[in-house]
Design a protein around this ligand. Structure first.
Ligand code: GAP
Length: 484
């Protein structure tokens, strides 16, 4: 199975490891190895460059992972951030009730209440998947991790943030005042989020501690149907999977301008759909057939969203199209909620016009994107396995190889490695046949191999081998940087 093959490379070569493995670990937690850390950082850097360049008033900020209880009263998470849970009377295993209903009854469970799910489980006598025992009534379970901050006596209840977004909302007023005092203003956070998922499944897909890259754009709601650059993107075709296509499974290719006319989606929202698609197709090189925007119904949308299309990529190892992120029109839900709960005024005054800004959120799960890159770009060609990662996210840009363990070759190779390491992440390898060294780099996605051989001593050229085509060319040492 593809998921086993990718997990095998990921573990064997150092992309990811189960967390706390020598103690047996807990499901839903993974660590990043040396390759995974490099690759994740590169994905985050590419994300940062792409989205923060959309507007000179978009910036990155950072916020704490632990926040007091009142934050989550204001955000609505304490009340609404729940999943339906059922427990086995006999073995006490716990399961996501909606997933069980969907799997056992082959129907959608989105939007069903706890009572309705309990009724379906009883009526259809769905047994415990582990021991066959009777399942108890469904209860709503809050997915946040609760903490106690401080010593006993004066301790305060706090939570690990379930999304990075809240940090941007809490710091909005200060950032607005410190920056230009203008809208739109964008605040991005890349960092950890925590959810006590009931049944983390599918390996790396549903985690309990994971990474998000989110951009909150605060804007004047009266300008939602305009964007200064809409003319530039109006002819771009977007891959849309609207609600009405659910039964056919077809993806429509719709021009940005038609999306506005026929679907009534506001221009500010459409502009960001285009930029998201550009990130996946042009920066990450995903084949376009694997990408789509999926419209969510009112029942499926998160409690804070008014317009919500998910970003999906076809991921074979996970069994089909999978959610990588979403474009969420959160209205003034968050700022108004925090304003009410904290008593702090979060409205702004732009040239005499007072308003609570609305929020458009671009939200992505870093780990899922990471896994899908490995999945989509992995190929087993029989005599070699390779991951054709885009060079921007490959852990190493190139391998540097002295053809043989001879001092004169090693000196040159080390010199090249040292000089180019200032600009690129490189891997120096002098062990084994050159063929094996190429294969080892192919398997971890390194786009280029730089080989120093006896001709290098004579004419100061090296061989550069390209990973996917395996083509080789000779290049002057001073010009390597232009060719990788
Ligand atoms: N701030 C909005 C928000 O958090 P979300 O749809 O709940 O929205 C955003 O999460 C993204 O975070 C998802 O599209 C997904 O990529 C990622 N994500 C959510 N839950 C996750 C989990 N348990 N494990 C890994 N990634 C997750």
């Amino acid at each position: 199975m593809k998921s086993d093959e990718i997990m095998d490379i990921a573990l064997r070569r150092g992309f990811i490891y189960p967390s706390s493995e020598i103690y047996g670990g807990i499901s839903g937690f993974y660590d990043y190895g040396h390759l995974g850390t490099l690759m994740r950082r590169k994905w985050e850097d590419t994300w940062r460059k792409h989205y923060l360049s959309l507007n000179p008033n978009y910036f990155e900020v950072d916020a704490t992972n632990i926040m007091p209880k009142n934050v989550f009263i204001g955000s609505g998470h304490l009340e609404n951030f729940t999943d339906p849970l059922t427990e086995c009377e006999k073995c006490h295993s716990r399961f996501r009730a909606d997933h069980l209903v969907e799997e056992c009854l082959e129907r959608c469970a989105e939007g069903l209440s706890a009572e309705e799910m309990s009724g379906l489980i009883k009526e259809s006598e769905i047994p415990c998947p582990k021991c066959g025992g009777k399942l108890l009534d469904v209860k709503m379970f809050n997915m946040m991790f609760e903490l106690s901050v401080g010593s006993t006596g004066d301790s305060e209840t706090a939570y690990l943030r379930p999304e990075t977004a809240q940090g941007a909302f809490l710091n909005f007023k200060r950032s607005f005042n410190t920056l230009r005092g203008k809208l739109p203003i964008g605040l991005a956070i890349i960092g950890r989020a925590y959810r006590n998922e009931i049944s983390p499944r599918q390996g790396f897909y549903r985690l309990r501690e994971f990474n998000q890259a989110e951009l909150q754009i605060f804007f004047d709601p009266d300008t939602i149907d305009e964007h200064p650059d809409f003319e530039k993107i109006k002819d771009v075709s977007l891959r849309m999977f609207p609600l009405q296509n659910r039964s056919s499974g077809e993806v429509d290719e719709v021009k940005a301008s038609e999306l506005h006319k026929n679907y009534g989606i506001p221009k500010f929202y459409i502009y960001h759909l285009v930029k998201i698609q550009e990130f996946y197709l042009d920066k990450m090189n995903f084949p376009k057939e694997l990408f789509r925007f999926r419209e969510l119904s009112e029942d499926e949308r998160a409690f804070y969203n008014k317009i919500h299309w998910d970003v999906e990529l076809y991921t074979e190892s996970l069994g089909g199209y999978k959610e990588m992120g979403g474009l969420h029109y959160r209205t003034d839900y968050d700022l108004s909620g925090h304003q009410k709960a904290s008593g702090e005024k979060l409205e702004v005054n732009i040239e005499g016009k007072k308003m609570v800004p609305h929020v458009l959120e671009l939200s992505f799960g870093v780990d899922r994107n990471f896994w899908t890159l490995l999945d989509v770009f992995y190929t087993d060609e029989g005599d070699r396995k390779l991951i054709s990662l885009p060079k921007e996210v490959a852990p190493f840009r190139a391998g540097v190889f002295p053809l043989q363990k001879k001092e004169e070759l090693e000196n040159i190779a080390k010199n090249i490695y040292e000089r180019l390491s200032k600009w690129f992440d490189l891997f120096y390898d002098d062990s084994g046949s050159i063929g094996r060294r190429y294969r080892r780099q192919d398997e971890i996605g390194t786009p280029f191999g730089i080989t120093v051989d006896f001709q290098t001593i004579e004419d100061n050229t090296v061989t550069i081998r390209e990973r996917d085509s395996m083509e080789q060319k000779r290049v002057k040492v001073e010009e390597i940087w232009k060719n990788i």
